[in-house]
Every structure is written in C-alpha cells, then in structure tokens.
Design a protein around this ligand. Sequence first.
Ligand SMILES: *Cc1c(COP(=O)(O)O)cnc(C)c1O
Length: 370
Amino acid sequence: MIPVNQPLLDGNEKKYLNECIDTGWISSEGPFVQIFEEQMAAVTGRKYGIAVCNGTSALEAAVAALQLEPGDEVIMPSFVIISCALAVVRCGGVPVLVDSDAATWNMDTGQIEAKITQRTRAIMVVHIYGLPVDMDPVLQIAEKNGLKIIEDAAEMHGQTYRGRQCGSFGDMSTFSFYPNKHITTGEGGMVLTDDEHLAERCRSLRNLCFQPKKRFVHEEAGYNFRMTNLQAALGVAQLERLTEFVERKRRMGQRYTKLLSGIRGLDLMPAGTDYAESIYWVYGMVLKDEVPFSADEAMLRLGQKGIGTRPFFWPMHEQPVFLKTGLFAGERYPVAERLARRGFYVPSGMALTPEQMDTVVDAVKELMDS
Ligand SMILES: *Cc1c(COP(=O)(O)O)cnc(C)c1O
C-alpha cells in the first residue's frame, strides 16, 4: 500500500529530541517552544508566535481572542475543514458561508460583500490545497467594513501571495503542524500576529488564563492548548528544511501534473494564478461530470490497487452536526458541493518516491480507462 502521506524526519529531529530527553525538558516550559515561536514568526514576517497543541486549537484561540458577542458573524468558505467553523461556533459566533472559486478551489471573494451584515465581525480566509486565497480584494473589503481577518495558513507553509508570505496577512494567522503539512511536529499549531494585545490574549487563552499575580484566580475561561518541548524540537528541525521541503513538493506536484495531463475525464490541481504558484499541499484531482463514477468509487478502486487516497473536504453547509442546530438551512454552494463529490487526492507526502509516484500514475490511468 502506498500511504497517502509519509513525513520526512531525517534531519536534526532525533538530535533535538534527544536534547529534550537528556535535559529533562519535555513539557511546554522547555526552550524549544520559544525558539520555534520566534523562528516561525521570523519566517512569516510576524512579530509574535504563540505555539499551541494543534491547528484546530490555533483557530479556536484566534477566534476566542476576538471576543465575539453571541451571534456575531464570521464569513468563511463552505469548502473547508470543520475546525474553521467549529472555532466560531464554540466561541458563540455564527459562521456565514461563501462558495468556492471553480478555478482555484479557494473562497470566491466576489461573494463576500453580499454576506456582510450589522453582525459581521471578521473574515476567515482559508488557503486551500496549494494556492492562496486572492487576498487583495479581501484586504480591501475588510478595511472598508472594519472587519478583522483571521488567515488559516495551515496548508501554506512557505507559500507566498504576490511575493508576500502566507501567514503574514490579517490580524492573526494560524498554522497546523500535523504530519501531512509541509512542516510537522506530529501534532501542533501556532497563532501568529503583529498585535501585542492579541498575542497576549492568545498566550493567556493557551494557558488556562492563569494570572501573573494571583495564578489560580481566573477572570476568564481559558484552555490548555500548550505545545510541548518535544513537539517544538521537531518543529525547529523541520523548519531548517522549509525551503527544501517546499521545492520538493512543488517538483512532486509538477511531475504529477506532467504525467497525468491528457487523461480524459480528470481536472488536475490548479498549477497557478497570476498571484501564486501552487505548493501542492496535497495532489488533488476532480472527476469531470461526464465520468460515470463518483470520487468515492474512484477511491475504492484505487485502494484495491494499493493506492492510498483521501476525499476532499465536505462542505460546512452539508454537515449534519450543524444542520441539526438549524445552521445553514436550505443554503447551497454548488462549487463546494461538486468538489466534495468529485474530488479526491492521491499520495503526496514529503517522503513519496518517484517510483511510488509512477505506480500511482499507472493506477489512475487504469482507473480512468476502465
Ligand atoms: C490541517 C488543517 C487544520 C487543522 O489542523 P490540525 O492540526 O489537524 O488540528 C486547519 N485548517 C486547515 C486549512 C488545515 O488544512
């Protein structure tokens, strides 16, 4: 079986982990945490980094730092991971959805303004699969309407938008370091910001809102979202190879596109736009309408040939957990719905070899010929 993802951990990971064990620093108090925060901030061009235990908690801390009133609205695409919508719901807010752009699979920024109401507080931009959101219109709309921006850059380590680092946009940005991201700490995440006040809030929320003077007296409900020194040690080792990893994934994506192009019935990962070139977080493809089987069927058949796959995100407006609460009743986002039903991705982890890639390509060709 060719797994859908396998990370590369053959740099200084072992050395730094051994340092943690030799010194006894394994909790969040260890020195790698701050080093990792400072290095991530430097790489993304931010002032502050707040390391947390995963990308989902990074989003939750960022939304909590905004101090939404119950019913306040946050605009985001429907085609995202549930972490984005959950962060808003858990903080008492309401996610308000827009559809995706069929060419980039990212949020259709042309739909944002129509969704702004008296209650809108923020826009959550979520860069999808390889290409960033078209940020210029989002920045303009946010500025004009006094809205905050949270940038979910979980899939965009090392990516740029018109030459500017992803993870540097808006009031706060978040990353995940899950093993399928370009940089991994096993589990891990980070909030980045230039705003001292927001950084302080996220730091406090991450650590149960302990108070500096009266430690065990709490004014606010915090979380334990702390990242351990062990995770941060991995992160520091991984970050040393960011440029190499981004290039590696780009080459991989471009090779897939070359080998798979021309196959009838398949739309491949969008390679680029005028503002960015894909970094191929995963290698995704979408079955054209004329193909008589669904993505589920395609994944089943590829699995029988030993190829690991994953489906695309399922849209937020079709999530039973939200529909049950009355959210998104009757809403339709046709591009998101189609991506969810026709899209899937193939093995594209950092450790994938050219031989494995060739096997995947052969299997996809066979599938599409059948
Ligand atoms: C992976 C991912 C997350 C969640 O990160 P976890 O570390 O798995 O909690 C959030 N947003 C996006 C866009 C992601 O790809």
